[in-house]
Design a binder for this molecule. Structure first.
Ligand code: ASP
Ligand code: MG
Length: 440
C-alpha cells in the first residue's frame, strides 16, 4: 500500500481537490494524509493567540471570517444535497467548538485543540466529496492512532497497534483518508507534530504499515537545487539520498518538515515529492540510493547568531570545550555549526532566546564576540567533500566574506556562514558556477 500526503494548497480550493481526486483514484488501495486547507492553520494560530491575549472580540471576528470561507467551499464542493447538509452540520460543530474556546481559559491544550480543527475540517469535507464522486473511501481519525511520547517523538509501537486495529475494522475501503499534523501526547491530550507536520505524519504512517512508497504532493515540482525565492532558473533534483534530504530539510529548504525522512530511512521506503498542479512532472525521489555527482543542492537558513569564544586558556588545555558546551546545555540551546582553532572557537545558534545569559557565563572564561544576522549556506551532495566542485568554492566566493566553514563533519554537507546581507549574491553565484556551468 502507498501513503500519499497532500498539502494545504492541494486541498485549498474546489478545483485543486478535484485534481487530488483524479490523482488518487487509480484503483489501488492507499492511505491519504491531508493538511488543513491553505491559510487555515495560520488563521487558527492567530485565533489562539488572540484568545491568549484575551482579545475575545478579535478572536470571534477571525472565527467568523474563517467560517464564511468554509461555508463557501462546502457549497461549491458538495452539490449532493444530502452530503452537503451532513458536511455543513460537521462544519458547524467544529466552529461551535471554536466559539466555545472563547469562554475557556487559555492553555497549551486549548491552543492545540484550536489548531487541530483545520485537518479535521479538510479531511471530513474531502472524504464526503469522494463519496459524492462514487469513490469508496473511509475516514480514519488520526487521534485514534497517532501518538507522541514524553520526548515528543512518535510512539511507533502504539501507532502500529492502533492503526492496524483501525484498518482491520474497515477492510473494505479503497482509499483511507486521515488527518496529518495532529496527534495525542503521552497524557492523551490533543497535540501536534509542529508546523508542517503532515509530511511527518505521512512517513510515520508509511513506516508502520511498511508502505511500498510515501508520496508528498505539494505545489512545486519536487525539491529544488537552490532557493527559488532568490535565484532564477532553479531546477528540481531528480534523486536524493535520505541523508541528503535530511540535511536539506533542516537547512530551510522549506518544502519538507525536517523530520520527514527519519521514520522511513531505516526500512528504505522511498519518498517521492510530487506536484499536484503538474502530476506528470517526475518530482524528486528520496531513497537509499546514492548518486555521486558533486554538489546537488544549496539551501540557506537565516537568523543565525555566531559566537566567537577566544581564550588563552584553550592553548594546549583540555576540558575547555566541555565547559563551553555545558553553558549551552544548561540554557537548552543547541549548537549548529562549530569551528575551532588553537585559541578560539566559533559556533552558531539559531535560537537566541537565552543568548544574554549564555554570553555572560561565557565571559567568565573567555573573550566573547557576537555577530547577529548571519546565514548558513548549506551545500549538499553525496560525498561532496572529495568532489572537485568543492575546491572551486573559494574561487567562486572570492568576493564574499565567509565567516565560518564546516567541512568534513559529514561527507554530504559543507556549510558556510556568511552575513545575511550577502546571502542572495552567494546563492546566485553558487548557482551560476555550480549548476549553470558558467566558467570561472
Ligand atoms: N496544517 C499544518 C500547518 O500548516 C500542518 C501541515 O500543513 O503540514 O503547519
Ligand atoms: Mg508543508
Amino acid at each position: 500500500m502507498k501513503v500519499l500526503k497532500f498539502g494545504g494548497t492541494s486541498v485549498g480550493s474546489v478545483e485543486n481537490m478535484n485534481h487530488v481526486k483524479s490523482i488518487i483514484n487509480d484503483g489501488s488501495k492507499k492511505i491519504v494524509v491531508l493538511s488543513a486547507m491553505s491559510g487555515t492553520t495560520n488563521a487558527l494560530v492567530s485565533i489562539a493567540s488572540e484568545i491568549e491575549k484575551n482579545n475575545i472580540n478579535q478572536a470571534e471576528s477571525e472565527i467568523d471570517k474563517l467560517y464564511k470561507k468554509y461555508v463557501d467551499v462546502v457549497d461549491n464542493l458538495l452539490t449532493d444535497k444530502y452530503l452537503n447538509v451532513g458536511v455543513m452540520a460537521y462544519v458547524n460543530e467544529r466552529f461551535n467548538f471554536l466559539l466555545r474556546c472563547l469562554e475557556k481559559p487559555f492553555s497549551l491544550t486549548l491552543e492545540n485543540e484550536v489548531l487541530a480543527q483545520g485537518e479535521l475540517l479538510s479531511t471530513y469535507m474531502f472524504n464526503a466529496y469522494l463519496q459524492q464522486e462514487g469513490i469508496n473511501s473511509q475516514l480514519l481519525a488520526a487521534l485514534d492512532f497517532m501518538k507522541i511520547n514524553e520526548v515528543k517523538e512518535p510512539d511507533f509501537k502504539y501507532i502500529q497497534e492502533h492503526l492496524n486495529e483501525v484498518l482491520n475494522s474497515t477492510p473494505g475501503a479503497d482509499i483511507y483518508i486521515t488527518q496529518g499534523f495532529i496527534c495525542l501526547d503521552d497524557a492523551g491530550k490533543v497535540s501536534n507534530l509542529q508546523r508542517g507536520g503532515s509530511d511527518y505524519t505521512a512517513t510515520i504512517v508509511g513506516a508502520v504499515i511498511k508502505a511500498e512508497e510515501v508520496q508528498i504532493w505539494t505545489d512545486i515540482d519536487g525539491m529544488h537545487n537552490n532557493d527559488p525565492r532568490f535565484v532564477e532558473g532553479t531546477q528540481p533534483i531528480s534523486d536524493l539520498s535520505f541523508d541528503e534530504a535530511a540535511e536539506l530539510a533542516y537547512f530551510g529548504a522549506k518544502i519538507l518538515h525536517p523530520q520527514t525522512v527519519l521514520p522511513v530511512r531505516e526500512d528504505g521506503i522511498p519518498v517521492r515529492l510530487k506536484n499536484t498542479m503538474n502530476p506528470p512532472a517526475p518530482g524528486t525521489l528520496i531513497s537509499s540510493n546514492h548518486v555521486e555527482n558533486g554538489i546537488k543542492a544549496i539551501a540557506a537558513k537565516d537568523n543565525i547568531t555566531a559566537i566567537k569564544i577566544k581564550s588563552g586558556r584553550m592553548l594546549q588545555a583540555h576540558g575547555f570545550l566541555r565547559k563551553v558546551f555545558e553553558i549551552f546545555e544548561v540554557h537548552e540551546t543547541s549548537i549548529d555549526m562549530i569551528t575551532t582553532s588553537e585559541v578560539a572557537v566559533s559556533l552558531t545558534i539559531d535560537d537566541d532566546k537565552n543568548l544574554d545569559k549564555i554570553v555572560s557565563e561565557l565571559e567568565a572564561i573567555a573573550t566573547i564576540e557576537v555577530d547577529k544576522n548571519q546565514s548558513i549556506v548549506c551545500l549538499v551532495g553525496h560525498s561532496i567533500v572529495n568532489h572537485e566542485d568543492t575546491f572551486k568554492l573559494f574561487q567562486i566566493l572570492k568576493d564574499v566574506k565567509i565567516r565560518m566553514i564546516s567541512y568534513g563533519g559529514s561527507r554530504n554537507n559543507i556549510s558556510l556562514l556568511i552575513d545575511t546581507k550577502d546571502k542572495v549574491e552567494t546563492l546566485q553565484k553558487l548557482n551560476a558556477y555550480l549548476f549553470e556551468l558558467v566558467t570561472l
